[in-house]
Design a protein around this ligand. Structure first.
Ligand SMILES: Cc1ncc(COP(=O)(O)O)c(C=O)c1O
Length: 362
């Protein structure tokens, strides 16, 4: 059994994928080929942002966002304590300071109640994460940001395609970033990402920053990076995006099946009212997690832990001295367990997973 069956997905769209890749081979336009612009338009349409700027990874998308907001050394940026490291590491990489905020015990997302206590005169922005595919309460986060004059950039690496009462993921705040890492709900054949905004000026700046700060060939207005997406990745993503709405439905059917099978077995994920998810992960909470994982592995069931260490406790952030005061993140990191989840998982496979989990928990 596969945790995310990329092979099944490839087989389902193989002819289309090969056709689009062949077009790139025939054109030799490997950098900035037409597929990149086409994908950008389709991504923007899908989520309702005015602009999508394709880039080399979700990590580069975060970095580009920080560059476009002119983040300065020492600026403080609020990030959840429980997420993948890139959300906070790009802040540190850019010589600013990530300030960790604990998460909500039900949705696992940045807790708006914990935000204001962390705001100082140095705070410049907030990067909420839409973890496992569910958006945080962006209405409240945006309101806190507005009150304190902060920018908001949603890290939607796991949630492109999700919806919330504040709108669609990637179109709920001034900027948003996503990742097309292969195992993401919308994943490429390698690294890729995008940054979204409905601000025309910001979009133009992001495009320049993504390509060495270049405004005209070999004329550079500012310092940028090579954060471009390869044409081949764009061609692959165009094919997968055409099937994405259907895959989101299938993922939701799989999540509903898990919900039914796991009643009374483990603590199941909860979608807040009015929210939909792309189920980047289907994550339960169990006790004796590491032992349970071992037993699942023996039964041939792959599982994963997103994430075993809250960011504030990562060695890489030790110098920040912020390693206390995140009770929810601490609890989650010791108990979360992600189960196999993808659009092609069968009901039988899910039954096998749940039976193995029951056995491991007995
Ligand atoms: C929440 C979050 N942010 C950022 C990233 C970074 O994306 P990428 O791997 O495309 O650089 C990821 C990818 O795993 C992620 O899950």
């Amino acid at each position: 059994m596969q945790f995310a069956d990329l092979g099944a997905q490839f087989r389902a769209y193989e002819n289309e994928l090969r056709g689009e890749m062949d077009k790139v081979f025939a054109s030799s336009a490997y950098i900035n080929g037409p597929a990149v612009g086409e994908l950008e338009e389709q991504l923007a349409d899908f989520c309702g942002a005015s602009h999508a700027i394709a880039c080399a990874s979700g990590t580069d998308a975060l970095l580009l966002g920080l560059m476009a907001k002119d983040v300065q050394p020492g600026d403080e940026i609020l990030v959840p304590a429980f997420t993948f490291i890139a959300t906070a590491s790009m802040v540190s990489f850019y010589r600013a300071v990530p300030i960790f905020v604990d998460v909500d015990p039900v949705t696992f997302n940045m807790n708006p109640d914990c935000l204001e206590a962390k705001i100082t005169s140095r705070t410049k922005g907030i990067i909420p994460v839409s973890l496992y595919g569910q958006c945080p309460d962006m209405t409240r986060i945006n309101a806190v940001a507005k009150k304190h004059g902060l920018w908001v950039m949603e890290d939607a690496a796991q949630s492109f395609g999700s919806t919330s009462p504040a709108g669609k993921s990637c179109a709920m705040s001034e900027m948003a970033t996503t990742s097309f890492f292969p195992a993401k709900p919308l994943g490429g054949f390698g690294d890729g990402g995008a940054i979204f905004t409905s601000d025309d000026v910001l979009a133009q700046r992001l495009r320049v920053l993504r390509n060495h700060g270049q405004i005209k060939r070999y004329h550079h207005a500012e310092i940028g990076i090579n954060g471009r997406m390869d044409t081949l990745q764009a061609a692959v993503l165009k094919v997968k995006l055409a099937h994405f709405a259907e895959e989101i439905d299938l993922r939701n059917q799989a999540a509903a099946r898990y919900d039914a099978l796991l009643e009374g077995v483990a603590e199941r994920p909860v979608l807040a009212e009015g929210y939909s998810s792309t189920w980047a992960q289907y994550t339960v909470r169990v006790s004796r997690r590491d032992e349970v994982r071992e037993q699942l592995a023996k039964a041939g069931i792959p599982s994963a832990v997103h994430y075993p260490v809250p960011l504030a406790r990562q060695e890489a952030f030790a110098s920040l001295n912020q390693d206390g005061g995140y009770p929810v993140s601490d609890d989650l990191s010791s108990r979360v367990l992600s189960l196999p989840m993808h659009a092609f998982i069968t009901a039988e496979e899910q039954e096998t997973v749940v039976q193995a989990l029951k056995d491991a928990l007995a």
